[in-house]
Design a protein around this ligand. Structure first.
Ligand SMILES: CC(C)(COP(=O)(O)OP(=O)(O)OC[C@H]1O[C@@H](n2cnc3c(N)ncnc32)[C@H](O)[C@@H]1OP(=O)(O)O)[C@@H](O)C(=O)NCCC(=O)NCCS
Length: 164
């Protein structure tokens, strides 16, 4: 089941994402968010163009996806940035795809026309995943990040709505 996230989902969302921050190279966050920071993050997404969706089996959060503001300048309101994370035990079963299809549908219905994905060099699974959803590579930001002492290139991919 895919539905908008509520505050009681935050522990499940954090359980998926915090280890990626502390130990993984798929996100440039380098530490786990505090509970207060997670609550503030959910409040920031209390906006129709910037939803947070969760996939659940009725008990557990299997994965989550969000659209975030790409720029504070109002002229860029039609552009948003996505995040998508699926629990390791639930990967490869279509959960990420179901989340993203609903996220793109819902963002498009609210006027989002370009969705940007920032993907760290080496995350080939995410590149293939985003390609399978129609994202195309826009470019690479060379050596723009650093985590665990490694300098990281970031690939920018984009999904374009066919609507005006
Ligand atoms: C990337 C991620 C979100 C994909 O979610 P998922 O639920 O595992 O993916 P799905 O099962 O929905 O796969 C949909 C399609 O994506 C592609 N894909 C997914 N995982 C893949 C992999 N490991 N290698 C190659 N292609 C892959 C395939 O085309 C797949 O379609 P198919 O099953 O018909 O071949 C998930 O693996 C994940 O959370 N990874 C760690 C966090 C991360 O990297 N997030 C993105 C940061 S930019």
């Amino acid at each position: 089941m895919i539905r908008p996230a509520v505050a009681s989902d935050l522990a499940g969302i954090a359980a998926i994402y915090d280890p990626e921050c502390e130990r993984g190279l798929n996100t440039m966050m380098t530490r786990a968010r505090t509970r207060e920071e997670w609550s503030a993050w959910l409040r920031e997404h209390d906006h129709p163009r910037h939803p947070v969706l969760v996939a659940t089996d009725g008990v557990h959060v299997l994965g989550w996806a969000s659209l975030s503001r790409w720029s504070e300048r109002e002229g860029y309101a039609r552009t948003a940035e996505n995040s998508v994370y699926v629990h390791a035990d639930a990967q490869g079963k279509g959960v990420g795809r179901a989340l993203m299809l609903e996220l793109l549908r819902s963002g498009e219905a609210q006027g989002v026309r370009l969705v940007i994905a920032r993907i760290n060099n080496g995350n080939e699974a995410s590149v293939r995943f985003h390609e399978s959803l129609g994202f195309q590579t826009i470019g690479v930001m060379p050596r723009c990040g650093q985590k665990f002492g490694r300098v990281i290139d970031v690939r920018i991919m984009g999904w374009q709505s066919t609507l005006e």
